[in-house]
Design a protein around this ligand. Structure first.
Ligand code: CA
Length: 236
């Protein structure tokens, strides 16, 4: 069971959500405004954040953006606005899932459970990374042992850096990573390179994978944030 941070300013709703999550066996920390929510996310390192988008003090989208720069913590967004733009923006900014208000507590608990399972699967994928097992999608195979990439069956020759970036994104399909984060993970912190470096590297990988219409399309730029590797039907 997980430690969950709930950031929600509506007291009654927060109380109900908290009770439902606790009944499902989770430990719940609650923050009632944006700045406290962000501070708690930083200091408490929860396993998952349930984040309301309309908050006093700091907009939920700003919190989401800040969290995405700093952590891999999964975020489930609650939105009352319900507009398509909010949902899309929330997902582009790196929310892992969203629920539109009003929602049933049962649905919320189920979504939290599903998200935690996905995170667990991701952690398992990272362990595979240690064992140097290939990642195989129907259209793309990435093998760290031989550093071979096959895009639609064709071998693609990637540099070590390009390989590392593709590997990292593909090992976490569906997750959005900021350029800053990718720089730190793939380039390391010792050398300063600008964020454009990531864009340039992505462009080279895309070209080598076959350009538009090829598995290159899985490398998706997320406006204002960074990149994600697109999850598709039929993926393992
Ligand atoms: Ca609210």
């Amino acid at each position: 069971m997980a430690r969950i941070l709930l950031v929600e300013d509506e007291l009654e709703l927060a109380r109900l959500v908290r009770a439902a999550l606790e009944q499902a066996g989770h430990t719940v920390l609650t923050a009632y405004d944006g700045p406290r929510g962000l501070a708690a996310a930083r200091s408490e390192r929860p396993d998952l954040v349930v984040l309301d988008l309309m908050l006093p003090g700091m907009d939920g989208l700003d919190i989401l953006r800040a969290l995405r720069r700093e952590t891999l913590t999964p975020v489930l967004v609650l939105t009352a606005r319900g507009g398509e733009i909010d949902r899309v923006l929330g997902l582009e900014l790196g929310a892992d899932d969203y629920v539109v208000k009003p929602f049933s507590l049962r649905e919320l608990v189920a979504r939290v459970r599903a998200l935690l399972r996905r995170v667990e699967a991701m952690a398992a994928a990272s362990r595979v990374e240690d064992h140097q097992e290939p990642i195989a999608f129907p259209d793309l195979v990435i093998d760290p042992a031989t550093r071979e990439v096959r895009s639609l069956g064709r071998a693609a020759q990637l540099t070590a850096r390009e390989f590392a970036l593709l590997w990292f994104l593909a090992a976490h399909p569906g997750r959005v990573f900021s350029r800053e984060y990718l720089l730190e993970r793939v380039w390391g912190t010792e050398t300063y390179v600008g964020e454009r470096t990531v864009d340039a590297c992505i462009a080279r990988i895309r070209k080598k994978l076959g350009g538009p219409g090829s598995p290159a399309d899985r490398l998706v730029a997320c406006w204002g944030v960074g990149y994600r590797f697109e999850r598709r039907e039929g993926d393992p």
